[in-house]
Design a protein around this ligand. Structure first.
Ligand code: BES
Ligand code: ZN
Length: 465
């Protein structure tokens, strides 16, 4: 047989293995999503550990050299394809996260979030799409190579962490310490989206993030609003007034200097973005809003992927139970995040936001600001040879020419990969817009799972070419 046919028949074995083992892969995914690995909630620490241990067992069973690395936070799983000493083959790191977002509000789930349910081609569970299903797709493709005795053309190291949803604090230090072992030609991440099961995409930009908790303190205790109301400031009102000043009627954030460093979009890129599928009418309906709102002068695709924003993620004050309780609450709190774009700098923005809030706060209440996790925005050229290889793998798996897109979400660690490992990241997402990531009734599409496995299987061939 000529060499190209030999390569093809080898690949066929991998593809056959994937095709014939789908039922078991789905069972594996069900086992994986049963762990309530919610990193934001301390009571789930042991569930994160159990989930990591399950991953270690799974990685070992498919033939990866695997270890569990304890950190100050949640453990990191490192799993490598067997390799010869001094291997000269290209090396790729595959990153994923096994932690998930809180499942609250539970009552909006059709079935419990950590009891997987399959309906048609959807597997419902918290974390099914973000990110367990997506990283399992890669593990599955590698399993197919290892179990069929098909030689991989490159060395792979899986790094699966349990703190992505809270800012990847432990992993940043871990990268520094384990740099020698993790130096690689590129990082591959499937933790973003695609427009539809029929339209794959390569993502070339992510937004950054800066998180805050802003508390307004008023009286030393909740007060009877009839006896005292009118003579003291109401912290809930003071907080609302403060927050309302952060955005103007044109959807622009009013923090001084907020837009100073924002890289403008080129006409070419705006044209390309406008060609992505979907229109505002469909989008309005899909989101269930009466009308869209965003920064004036930009399309909704631009607004949600390439422009900076400020969101209130949570707002708490006073009595939340049934019926009424007539009080002036002692405090009010908002959880805020700013989404940042190239070339905004998170620490600079954190400082100007703090200064502005402090300046806006009236003397009748006391302001407390805690800054939380942060991440820089990410932008990589989609024209290099690795991006081209990724596009070919996507096309082979989905049978259709992929699109290029930006995403509005953040993956904090990608900039550390760049700084520590000097590696670019290929963002090859498998999530659908209606997967309900971070929402009730999250699901993962089993076609995306299957196509993701194919994409991964092809990717290693294409990248090594
Ligand atoms: N998978 C997402 C990131 C994402 C979502 C990228 C959609 C592109 C499109 C990831 O799990 C995530 O949710 N990240 C957080 C990071 C934050 C908590 C530091 C985010 O973006 O809110
Ligand atoms: Zn997420």
């Amino acid at each position: 047989m000529p060499p190209s046919n030999v390569a093809e028949s080898k690949m066929q074995k991998v593809l056959d293995y994937l095709r014939t083992n789908q039922a078991r892969f789905i069972k594996d995914l069900c086992d994986y999503v049963r762990f309530p690995s919610v990193s934001a909630q301390p009571e789930h620490r042991k569930d994160l550990k159990a989930c990591a241990e399950w991953l270690v067992k799974h990685c070992k069973s498919i033939g990866l050299e695997t270890r569990l690395c304890a950190t100050e936070g949640n453990p990191i799983v490192v799993a490598k394809t067997p390799r010869t000493k001094g291997s000269k083959r290209p090396h790729f790191v595959v990153y994923g996260h096994y932690d998930v977002q809180p499942a609250e509000p539970f009552d909006l789930w059709k079935t419990p979030p950590f009891e997987p349910r399959i309906e048609g081609r959807s597997l419902f569970a918290r974390g099914a799409s973000d990110n367990k299903g997506q990283n399992l797709a890669h593990l599955t493709a590698v399993e197919a190579y290892l179990k069929t005795g098909t030689e991989l053309p490159c060395d792979l190291t899986f790094v699966l962490e349990g703190e992505e949803e809270v800012g990847s604090k432990s992993l940043a230090g871990f990268l520094k310490k384990n740099k020698a072992e993790l130096l690689c030609d590129a990082v591959v991440i499937s933790d973003t989206g695609i427009p539809s099961t029929k339209l794959p995409a390569l993502t070339y930009a992510l937004r950054g993030i800066a998180a805050f908790e802003v508390t307004v303190h008023g009286p030393s205790r909740d007060l009877h609003s009839g006896i005292f109301g009118g003579s003291v400031d109401n912290p809930a009102m003071a907080l609302c007034q403060l927050l309302a000043k952060l955005r103007d009627k044109n959807g622009r954030i009013t923090i001084p200097g907020y837009y100073d460093d924002v890289a403008p979009l080129s006409t070419y890129e705006r044209k390309q973005m406008a060609r992505l599928p979907g229109n505002d009418r469909q989008y309005t309906k899909f989101l269930g809003v009466p009308k869209l709102f965003g920064e004036r002068g930009f399309t909704s695709t631009e607004q949600r992927t390439a422009r900076p924003t400020l969101e209130i993620n949570g707002l708490t004050s006073g009595y939340q139970g049934e019926g009424s309780k007539t009080i002036v609450p002692a405090w009010a709190r908002a959880k805020l995040t700013l989404r940042l774009v190239p070339n905004q700098n998170p620490s600079k923005i954190v400082k100007s936001t703090r200064d502005y809030l402090t300046k806006l706060c009236p003397p009748t209440v006391r302001l407390e600001i805690k800054s939380g996790h942060g991440a820089e925005p990410y932008l990589v050229s989609p024209t290099g040879p690795q991006a081209q290889a990724a596009l070919r793998a996507l096309k082979a798996a989905f049978g259709r020419e992929p699109v290029l897109m930006r995403e509005g979400g953040s993956i904090p660690i990608v900039n550390d990969f760049k700084k520590q490992l000097r590696a670019d990241t290929l963002l090859l997402g498998l999530a659908l817009p209606d997967d309900n990531a971070h929402s009730p009734n999250e699901k993962f599409d089993l076609d995306c799972f299957e196509k993701g496995q194919l994409m991964s299987a092809h990717l290693w061939q294409e990248l090594a070419r």
